[in-house]
Every structure is written in C-alpha cells, then in structure tokens.
Design a binder for this molecule. Structure first.
Ligand code: DX5
Ligand code: ZN
Length: 236
C-alpha cells in the first residue's frame, strides 16, 4: 500500500443521504438502503437561510429511527443550530455536525453537543480553509469536508477540496488525533476513491445511491472503490 492515509481508521464507512430518497415511500426507501448495506444514514437539515432550501427537521430523524436501527448522522445546515440540539438528540441523532460558517462560538457549540453524550462534527464549505477549524480539531469526532456548496443534491464534485482532506489527514497524524474525515457532495466511486486516497473515512452519497436501480450494487461498488486494494490497483 503506497498511498498515505495518515491516521486513518479502517474500514471506510458509507453514509447514505435521505435527501435523494422518494419521500412518498420513506420507510421503503430507508429499508432498501439498509438492506443494501449502508453503514450510516445521513440526514440533511436545511433552513432556507444558511442554504437556500428548507428540507426537514427532527421529525425526519424520528421517522428514520422508527424504521431502522442504523447510526444516524445529522448534518445541520442551519443558523443558530444550538437552539435545536435537544430536539435532534431526543429524536435519535447519534452524531450532530454543525457548520463553522454559522458558529461564531464553535467551542461552545461543539461542547453543547457533547453534553448530550453523542458525537459532534464540524463542517466546512468548499471556500472555508482548514485553518478556520484548527482550534477545535482536538474536540471533534468528525470533520466534514463539503465537496459541493451545500444546498442541493446532485451537484458536481469540486476536486479543489481534495487538498483539504490531505491537510486534515496530516494534521490528524501529526497531533495524534482521532477524528474521522467525512466527505459530502458529488460522491460516487470515482470521486470517492480520490477522497479515500487523500485520507477520508466516511462517504456521504445521495443521488448516486438513490438514483441507482440497484442500490445494493451501488453501495457495493462505492465500498469497493474506497478500499486500499482498489487504490493500490489503480496506482500500479
Ligand atoms: C448537500 C448535502 C448532501 C447531499 C449530497 O448540501 O449536504 O448531503 O445530500 O447529495 P449528492 O450525493 O447527490 O451530491
Ligand atoms: Zn449532507
């Protein structure tokens, strides 16, 4: 294995985003990806202010929780997220991720999530440098590197974000930290593999998985692409 993935935890995890599900058939859609082998379920909460669309709230977390037993990863794309932590935890969130861009008191926001006894994550938009979250890297369980500007599913992957994954992976090793690196936006086997080689551990995919007729195969193909063997085979 020639590719460096400094401090990476194995194996890679796949987090399917329900944003791309057919909400008329939510229980069926969620069961389908659970049977297909997704590791986590990613729930995108948007407020119509930090990002243009409004999606769903804690009721969606509760509905998914009732349907499957998977790890629920809640991505808050909302202003003043602290106001809502309690309701998301009560609904079943096991990881809450907030955006650096809307949290002027980031230590306080992340600490408030930890007080509920769940994992906390910090997300950065494509234009936000790693430097902006450096002071909190020892507090977080996960760093989410957005690979599109948040707001919609189905946008093209921004390869300019890959350097930030490498930067974070090196910082993780250098400072002996253990946060996971998550990527979100335009992830499919090819882009996932680029991120994996750079050091990412958790791969959020919405339209790639829900847009496939065979979701199980889509998940398997992504899992295969984000493996050390696939990266080595590509290099050699
Ligand atoms: C984008 C959301 C993503 C979205 C990804 O703002 O945070 O989680 O669901 O969708 P795809 O995989 O379609 O880019
Ligand atoms: Zn997301």
């Amino acid at each position: 294995m020639t590719t460096p993935r400094p401090g990476a935890k194995q194996p890679a995890r796949i987090a399917t985003s329900v944003l791309a599900a057919d909400l008329c058939y939510l229980a069926h859609e969620v069961q389908d990806i659970a049977n297909g082998g997704t590791d986590w379920i990613h729930i995108d909460v948007m407020d119509g202010s930090f990002v243009p669309p409004i999606t769903f709230g804690a009721n969606m977390v509760e509905a998914v929780k009732k349907t499957v037993d998977h790890f629920l990863d809640v991505h808050l794309m909302i202003e003043q997220p602290e106001k809502h932590f309690k309701e998301f935890v009560k609904a079943g969130a096991e990881l809450i991720t907030v955006h650096q861009e809307v949290c002027p008191h980031l230590h306080r926001s992340l600490g408030a999530i930890k007080e509920y006894g769940i994992q906390c994550g910090v997300a950065i938009n494509p234009a936000t440098p790693v430097e902006a979250i450096r002071p909190v890297l020892d507090l977080v369980d996960l760093v989410l590197v957005m690979t599109v500007n948040p707001g919609w599913g189905g946008q093209p992957f921004l390869s300019s974000c890959v350097g930030k994954i490498e930067q974070l992976a090196h910082l993780r090793q250098e400072k002996k930290l253990s946060f996971q690196i998550q990527v979100d936006g335009g992830i499919q086997p090819e882009t996932g593999q680029l991120c994996f080689a750079a050091g990412a551990d958790v791969f959020v995919a919405g339209s790639y998985i829900f847009g496939s007729k065979d979701r199980k195969k889509a998940i398997e193909d992504l899992r295969q692409a984000v493996s050390p063997e696939a990266v080595t085979a590509r290099i050699n």
